[in-house]
Design a protein around this ligand. Structure first.
Ligand code: CTP
Ligand code: CA
Length: 238
């Protein structure tokens, strides 16, 4: 059929996208942050909107500005705690969660209400960190326990690999640990992925999803290289 007659594939779907990095305050003028550009998350929001979805974008700190499109609503957050609350609110009854945000794993355990000053005696401050909640894993748990929350949950991982594990192995383990339906792996290193427009991704599906797939490639990752927009389209098609 000609394109004009085809239904947009995500028409009527409610999609929640998290994008960008979180920022964890240390004192009124300082924070812990990360290098997430937010580009992949924005590309996901735009691609989902173009596919007909009603998109809610939960935007952390990013280099790019959220697109002004009629079917994208945007909400801005800074800390992981704010992101957690926003995800819980927005995913109730949603069809899809795309968890592209780079969530700080740790936050300063204590917030100093006054700016931290240098001391005369030359002692240096020690910053104690504590763990942030795992928002993705919590959302998976909430869905399992309460049946609310998104029908499909997609996590994202950037892995450099380590001395004893390849990025793909780390991503497989992460997919199982988090319990999400799909995990998108970005291979990262110096000058790879962060802030760039091009990316290389591998889409891994949970064993449950793979078992349902009929094709011969089940269990194998779907890999592609291209712009972040092309990657977003591949993720939505998976
Ligand atoms: N994530 C999350 N909450 C956190 C940390 C991560 O929801 N506190 C989500 C990210 O948004 C991403 C996925 O989990 O979709 C994987 O993030 P990643 O940092 O790769 O996973 P971690 O479990 O934090 O593992 P690592 O120790 O390798 O950073
Ligand atoms: Ca992490």
């Amino acid at each position: 059929a000609p394109d004009s007659e085809a239904q947009p594939p995500l028409l009527g779907r409610r999609v929640v996208v998290t994008a960008g990095g979180t920022r964890e305050p240390l004192d009124p003028v300082r924070y812990l942050g990360n290098r997430s550009s937010g580009k992949q998350g924005l590309a996901l929001a735009e691609a989902a909107a173009a596919a007909g979805a009603q998109v809610h974008l939960i935007a952390g700190i990013m280099d790019v500005t959220a697109p002004d499109l009629p079917n994208i609503t945007a909400e801005h957050i800074e800390t992981a705690a704010q992101l957690r609350a926003a995800v819980e609110r927005a995913t109730d009854g949603a069809d899809l969660l795309l968890m592209a945000a780079a969530v700080a794993d740790f936050r300063p355990a204590d917030y100093a209400a006054q700016k931290i000053k240098k001391t005369e005696d030359g002692t240096n401050p020690v910053i104690t960190l504590e763990r942030n909640p795992d928002i993705l894993a919590e959302t998976v748990q909430r869905r399992a326990q309460q049946g609310t929350g998104p029908t499909v949950i997609v996590g994202f991982a950037a892995e450099t690999g380590s001395a004893d594990a390849e990025p793909l192995e780390l991503a497989r383990a992460k997919l199982l640990r988090k319990g999400c339906d799909l995990l998108v792996l970005n291979q990262v290193g110096e000058n790879l992925v962060f802030g760039r427009d091009e990316t290389e991704i591998h889409i891994l599906s949970s064993p449950e999803l793979s078992d349902q797939a009929q094709d011969a490639n089940r269990g194998e990752p779907v890999s592609m290289r291209g712009t972040k927009r092309q990657a977003a389209e591949a993720i939505l098609a998976a």
